[in-house]
Design a protein around this ligand. Structure first.
Ligand code: VGL
Ligand code: ZN
Length: 201
């Protein structure tokens, strides 16, 4: 068992990010067994859930004429326009059926405001609106986070970088993550994480 100061954060292991889903990540379902096993080592386990309203502005469908995976400018900066995914209350937004959810004490939902996306489990994409996860972890005495889940180059990497910026020790279990890899995004995420002193295990 790891010390209570080390929390496992499982990012977005949801149907829409698994094969057959609306924004499927190659091999997204391959990591479920390993994550389930890892949960047994941690006293603090948090799951995150991408949780968008149908009118979310990160969806290409909500920008007439825009192609999925194109980039638009939002008030807070550039934003990839995704296929609609993880819509609140739909099957696609549910956790993968094989994921153990019982060991988690906390489920944090993000991306629920129509006008702003939230890749990170800590801050929305404007980099200032908090999700509340930092306060939850600090009040439990957590000083280190271990990250797994989907997708390596978006929600996992943004969460890792924010956690490091907040002063947490951070390890990303790369073997228990899978990437979207859009235009070199995986290589970029990897180098940014290394530069931020995130441990890639
Ligand atoms: C994610 C794109 C859009 C992720 C979420 O979980 O990495 N990526 N929404
Ligand atoms: Zn999303």
């Amino acid at each position: 068992m790891r010390p209570a100061t080390d929390a496992l954060i499982v990012i977005d292991v949801q149907n829409d990010f698994c094969p057959g889903g609306a924004l499927a990540v190659t091999g997204g379902d391959e990591i479920v067994k390993g994550i389930n096993a890892l949960m047994g080592e941690f006293q603090a386990v948090v799951l995150t859930q991408d949780w968008h309203p149908a009118n979310h502005l990160s969806f290409a469908d909500n920008h007439p004429g825009a192609a999925p995976f194109s980039v638009t400018e939002m008030p807070y900066g550039p934003q990839v326009l995704w296929p609609a995914h993880c819509v609140q209350g739909t099957r696609g937004a549910e956790f993968h059926a094989g994921l153990r959810t019982g060991p988690a004490q906390m489920v944090i939902r993000k991306g629920f405001r129509p006008g702003i996306d939230s890749y990170s489990a800590f801050f929305e994409n404007d980099k200032v609106t908090p999700t509340g996860l930092e306060g939850y972890l600090r009040s439990r005495g957590v000083t280190h986070v271990t990250l797994t889940g989907l997708a390596t180059d978006f929600c996992v990497a943004y969460s890792a970088l924010d956690a490091a910026g907040l002063g947490f020790g951070v390890t990303v279990r790369m073997d228990l993550c899978r990437a979207i890899d859009l235009d070199g995004s995986l290589a970029l995420a990897r180098s940014r994480m290394l530069a931020a002193n995130v441990g890639l295990a």
